[in-house]
Design a protein around this ligand. Structure first.
Ligand SMILES: [Zn+2]
Length: 415
């Protein structure tokens, strides 16, 4: 650039405008420079200058001319360049490690998922995850791609600003400075986030909630987590711990929760609650006539899991259907509270809940209509996650892209 050096403010404006253009290309591309100018309100010369920079960086590419009727030269269309870089998404779950390598538009280039067990211990699990990340990096290097960073989703409280896992009750880990550890190990930018927050962002970026700017993602794995997106941004709260909606108190005298309190929503509608309901029904003689579940677990009720309950329900099992219906009502009551509080456009059910969605959705919708206020209820859509078991790991990729697309200042893309 020629002329006066940009002031700090000018530099910031340029970065924000660059982010605005890239986000527009992501959501509405391919677009011409003229359409970008009209859509963003930036003047044509600013758009041209920023696009020149993005082309030089390889983040945007030209893909031929727009076919338009009318007068004037048709504009060259621009889109995000898939080969602009690659991101590594990692999920360390309670019983699984999952890693994907994607290009700049989140197409999966390589993936690996392995089972894990909290009993292995923190060092062993982290060591295995690191080995798989190294394999992903090798694949990216072979393809000659530039690495944009590593996103990591974890099942617990995360101090996102410092990239530190504060507490993961179901893993038994506390105070792990993962951003620092992996940043030093891999020499890449590392973004750490709670799994449900990451999954919410993944659905917003490239799942069922694309272009839905106000949504709540509800995730059931071992526990029940939530991710809240307001005006297209993850709502993290003052300390980064927002979204722990599984621990809303539903019954002060209810069952003990993993968090140490009583009657949390998670104890009423989480996967453990589904299993507990089924067991109770099977144990009460007479109420389980015709149920196949006992046979499916060879009479050992301790082996019942949510996958068994869902597949039994799909096959018409009355006990499984009854349990899921009861859970659906309790889910609907909690969701009605969230609908009244946040007025979201969309509620996304993830994890085990998305598997059971054929039964849960109608019950939830009916319950919301009963308990939520009419106006916010009218517009909210309740849907199953698009990513299913990949929700968290794709969300981890979204963390990396979110940083590039929204905060180019931190990504070395200085204008
Ligand atoms: Zn709790």
């Amino acid at each position: 650039m020629t002329g006066r050096p940009a002031t700090a403010d000018q530099g910031l404006v340029r970065k924000l405008n660059t982010a605005l253009l890239m986000d527009y290309l992501r959501t509405h591309g391919p677009l011409s420079r003229a359409s970008l100018s009209t859509a963003t309100g930036l003047n044509p010369s600013t758009v041209s200058s920023l696009v020149r920079h993005l082309l030089a960086e390889g983040l945007v590419r030209e893909i031929g001319r727009q076919s338009t009727e009318g007068s004037g030269r048709p504009g060259i269309l621009l889109e995000l360049n898939p080969e602009g870089g690659c991101a590594v998404g990692v999920e360390i779950g309670v019983d699984t490690i999952s890693v994907v390598l994607t290009d700049f538009v989140a197409q999966v280039l390589w993936r690996r998922r392995v089972a894990s067990d909290p009993q292995e211990g923190q060092d062993a699990i982290l060591g295995r995850a690191e080995d798989i990340v190294r394999q992903a990096l090798t694949v990216g290097k072979r393809r000659g791609l530039r690495f944009l960073g590593i996103g990591l989703g974890l099942p617990g409280l995360v101090d996102q600003r410092h990239g530190r896992l504060v507490f993961a009750p179901n893993l038994g880990w506390s105070d792990v400075p993962l951003q620092q550890l992996w940043g030093a190990r891999f020499n890449l930018a590392v973004f750490v986030e709670n799994e449900a927050n990451a999954a919410a962002l993944g659905e917003y970026y490239f799942g069922i909630a694309r272009n839905v700017h106000n949504l709540i993602y509800l995730s059931a794995g071992i526990g029940l987590g939530g991710g809240i997106i307001i005006n297209g941004r993850l709502f993290r709260g003052s300390g980064g711990y927002a979204g722990e909606i599984g621990h809303m108190t539903m019954d002060p005298h209810g069952d003990l929760c993993g968090c140490g309190k009583r009657g949390c929503w998670e104890t009423v509608v989480g996967p453990r609650a589904i299993i507990r309901r089924v067991r109770r029904m099977l144990e009460v003689s007479g109420s389980a006539d015709g149920s196949q579940i006992r046979a499916l677990v060879d009479g050992d009720l301790g082996r019942i899991n949510t996958a068994i309950v869902v597949s039994a329900a799909l096959a018409g099992d009355t006990v499984a259907r009854q349990a899921l219906t009861e859970v659906g009502v309790q889910l609907g009551i909690g969701i009605a509270n969230l609908v009244n509080t946040f007025n979201p456009e969309m509620m996304v059910l993830g994890g085990v809940l998305s598997m059971a969605s054929p039964f849960l959705l109608p019950v939830i919708e009916e319950t919301i209509r009963q308990y939520a206020l009419a106006q916010p209820c009218e517009t909210v859509r309740v849907v199953a996650s698009a990513h299913g078991a990949d929700a968290c790991v794709m969300g981890a990729v979204a963390l990396v892209l979110d940083d590039i697309l929204r905060e180019p200042a931190r990504s070395g893309l200085d204008g």
